[in-house]
Design a protein around this ligand. Structure first.
Ligand code: NAP
Length: 501
């Protein structure tokens, strides 16, 4: 049952104004809108809880994370139902995403128990060292305090209320204030109810988790500027992320803003691989491009080929496959409108040729396919920007040198992909030093949609893929964002943190 309120320090609170959800189907619900006053209460509650939660044992936090996973599973079908209604995503996707979400929570429970993430270091005392003795030194990673979290519309569970950022922050020992996403407020509330049950079951300070529903942009702005917030985890658009990043940087005390933003995820199709499997690549690209109406941050929006007969085979196969894909519901009216704007931006460029024309309107997306020469692509920055949806652009290089120039011309990416055969190895070797400077993940002979949640995963990259290229938002390494190294010098054992004893 939805109550339409904000969860702050264990109480469900409301405010004077409301907003309505805009589901793709099913009934709309009213939610009370967030306010700066609620932000203040939530941040104070989170700070209060830090004095116990930040010093809790790793066993306690692991049990808490596992309990949240259990409670989310117990809500199972209710979350799936409202998630499908609010986002228009199919049931199988919501069920799969719930599995990933509880899997992330349990992975972090295991991770904190192992303790490797603490990166504990020790320099023994050298009292007889000349010319000066060395004191005994310890180093350990400590939680930073309250963290603000913004999820994205396209992952209502895995990158939202109890998503990867929340799991990583709670695992580290940081209380959380989630700014609920206005595209899925009901899904967010049910997940918050599940977390509330876990907080009570574990008898934790209730300020450890807080949810403020959105409704207005000033809620997010107030949250990232609140003096008690120590860092922000954000998943969403480049425009929104940049606006909030700038607010963080202009605070009297600037704080890190970990923004995971958009990407065009280029694929480089090397000549021998194209010659041997142009049709399969065209069909594979079509599936990856249109999966989930193309609403994935890892959607491969650009395919770079060397012009010639094999490139034509690839384009023909992709066009044929994309023609079969009908209209798909997008996450929100705003995202559907932004998709059409993106299409028009590409179309407006006279050097671009439209290969597949469809008609999309309202909240629907149909695929589009365009082609452009590498020279024109390099001359037009707008062609390198993300269009969030099932839109593909084929970039045709005259030769290997021009393909390399395209690689060098890329902005920061979440992923770069190389399709190759053994005979392409020399060309791939020449591309690798460039691509590893451009992306958080480089892959061969695959499609980038589908991110493994594991110890080695890096989901980030140079700007504009993310605002902090030293971090990842997926996988166990993401806990680092919410930790701070502290050195303890000449410390009696009684004063050392528990994790160093
Ligand atoms: P979004 O519109 O940027 O929204 C994300 C969150 O930020 C929402 O809570 C939104 O509030 C808030 N927000 C946006 N602009 C704001 C501003 N100027 N001031 C204050 N708050 C602001 O992004 P989205 O539509 O949810 O997600 C789609 C985008 O996310 C795509 O570009 C996609 O590529 C990217 N994405 C990236 C990753 C990744 O890991 N890199 C993963 C998934 C998605 P409201 O609720 O009020 O809208």
């Amino acid at each position: 049952m939805l109550n339409g309120k904000h969860l702050i320090a264990g109480e469900w609170l409301d405010s004077d104004s409301t907003f309505s959800s805009q589901p793709a189907h099913g009934p709309a619900h009213n939610f009370t809108a967030g306010t700066a006053k609620l932000v203040q209460r939530a941040c104070e509650a989170a700070e209060d809880s830090f004095w116990s939660y930040g010093y809790s044992s790793r066993e306690t936090r692991a049990a808490f994370l596992n309990r949240i996973a259990d409670e989310i599973e117990a809500f199972g079908d209710q979350i799936t139902e409202i998630g499908c209604q609010e986002t228009g995503l199919p049931e199988a996707r919501l069920i799969g995403e719930r599995g990933r979400t509880v899997g992330q929570l349990r992975l972090f429970a295991e991770h904190v128990l192992k303790g490797d993430y603490l990166d504990r270091r020790h320099d023994s005392a050298l009292p007889d060292r000349q010319p000066l003795p060395r004191p005994e030194l310890y180093m350990v990673q400590r939680p930073i305090g309250p963290v603000a979290i913004f999820g994205a519309s396209n992952f209502p569970l895995a990158f939202s209320t109890a998503g990867g950022d929340t799991a990583a922050a709670l695992a580290a020992g940081c209380p959380v204030v989630v700014k609920g996403h206005s595209a899925h407020p009901g899904t967010g509330e049910l997940v918050a109810q599940a977390i509330e049950k876990a907080v009570k079951a574990m008898d934790l300070h209730p300020g450890v988790f807080n949810l403020i529903q959105g409704g207005k942009r000033d809620v997010g702005a107030a949250l990232v500027q609140h003096p008690l917030v120590r860092a922000v985890g954000f998943t969403g658009s480049l425009g929104g992320g940049r606006a909030l990043f700038d607010l963080c940087a202009s605070r009297e005390e600037p704080i890190p803003f970990f923004g995971e933003l958009g990407s065009v995820n280029p694929m480089f199709l090397l000549p021998h691989s194209l010659s041997s499997r142009a049709e399969a690549m065209g069909e594979g690209w079509s599936s990856s491009l249109t999966m989930g109406a193309g609403q994935f941050c890892t959607n491969p929006g650009i395919a770079v080929v060397q012009s010639g007969a094999d490139a034509e085979r690839f384009v023909a196969a992709a066009t044929k496959a994309l023609e079969q894909v009908g209209a798909q519901t997008m996450l929100t009216d705003g995202i559907a409108a932004a998709y059409r704007d993106g299409r028009d931006r590409i179309r407006a460029n006279s050097s671009v040729q439209e290969i597949l024309t469809t008609t999309c309107d309202l909240r629907n997306a149909t695929p589009y396919l365009f082609r452009v020469t590498a020279r024109e692509w390099l001359a037009n920055d707008v062609l390198a920007e993300e269009v969030f949806g099932p839109l593909g652009l084929v970039v045709e290089a005259e030769d290997a040198a021009e393909m390399t120039a395209v690689a060098k011309g890329l902005k920061g990416q979440l992923t770069c992909t190389v399709h190759m055969n053994e005979d392409d190895t020399a060309q791939a070797q020449a591309l690798m030093p460039i691509l590893e400077r451009k992306a958080g993940r480089v892959l061969v002979n695959g499609f980038p949609t589908g991110v493994e949640v594991s110890d080695t995963m890096v989901h980030g990259g140079p700007y504009p893929a993310s605002t902090n290229f030293g971090a990842t938002s997926v996988g166990t390494l993401s806990i680092r964002r919410f930790l701070r190294p502290v050195c303890f010098q000449n410390m009696p054992e009684a004063l050392l943190p528990q994790d160093l004893k």
